[in-house]
Design a protein around this ligand. Structure first.
Ligand code: DX5
Ligand code: ZN
Length: 228
């Protein structure tokens, strides 16, 4: 993974067919996905449950790009090795998931993954300041985590702008997660984001058997940001 600020679209498989992840991933990559975003939820940190390390390991072999694993779980530390072993390229933990985020980020890098740090909409972005040099990606949530298909929280755009300034010239990705579509993508791209997670806006209207809509949807987001 070489660092760049080029736009990357990361479809979230939360909006794919759960009975057919392998073919869904292959279809969306063939249609132009840059990364694959994998949402892990524990029914405790967030009010929803998805899947754990064995499923993540099973889908790894279908991913040719970057496996971007978003942990919405607490605690995080006992599971880092399992997700690293499952093949996560980026492993993202929430700042709100525990009292020892500094240790968590060190452990993620120690396990051989890029370290991601996610912030809920209620968390002031300035909180990342002491952690910047331990972080490869910062994910600004533009919905409250737990579910796909929610409405974009516009007040987060200002937080993205603040984060961009805090990061300076450090090689840290800014990722946006939640409610990204052709109307909201340009706002966060202009504010400094380079990785846009999109679930419903990418997977709507298509299927693994009929994937052309995935490509149209990805291109629509890119066209809206001016990054075609
Ligand atoms: C929300 C997840 C997101 C979600 C985004 O908790 O972290 O990745 O899948 O879905 P959309 O793009 O539909 O808002
Ligand atoms: Zn996510």
């Amino acid at each position: 993974m070489t660092f760049s600020h080029d736009l990357k679209i990361a479809p979230s498989i939360l909006a794919a067919d759960f009975a057919d992840f392998g073919r869904e991933i292959e279809a969306v990559e063939a249609q132009g996905a840059d990364w694959i975003h994998v949402d892990v939820m524990d029914g405790h940190f967030v009010p929803n449950l998805t899947f754990g390390p064995p499923l993540v390991k099973a889908i790894r072999k279908h991913i040719k790009t970057v496996m971007d694993v978003h942990l919405m779980i607490a605690p995080v530390d006992p599971y880092i090795d399992a997700f690293a072993d499952a093949g996560a390229d980026v492993l993202t933990a929430h700042l709100e998931a525990g009292p020892h985020t500094h240790r968590t980020l060190q452990a993620i890098r120690g396990a051989g993954c890029k370290a991601g740090l996610a912030l809920n909409p209620g968390t002031p972005v300035e909180a990342v300041k002491p952690l910047l040099d331990l972080t490869d990606l910062i994910c600004i949530m533009t919905v409250n985590p737990g579910f796909g298909g929610q409405k974009f929280i516009h007040s987060q755009v200002e937080q993205v702008r603040t984060l961009r300034a805090l990061i300076g010239d450090r090689p840290i990705h800014i990722e946006i997660d939640g409610g990204v579509d052709p109307t909201t993508a340009p706002l966060v791209r202009a504010a400094g984001a380079d990785v846009l997670v999109a679930g419903s806006a990418v997977f709507k209207g298509g299927s693994a058997a009929e994937p052309a809509a995935y490509g149209d949807n990805i291109r629509a987001i890119r066209a809206a940001t001016g990054d075609l």
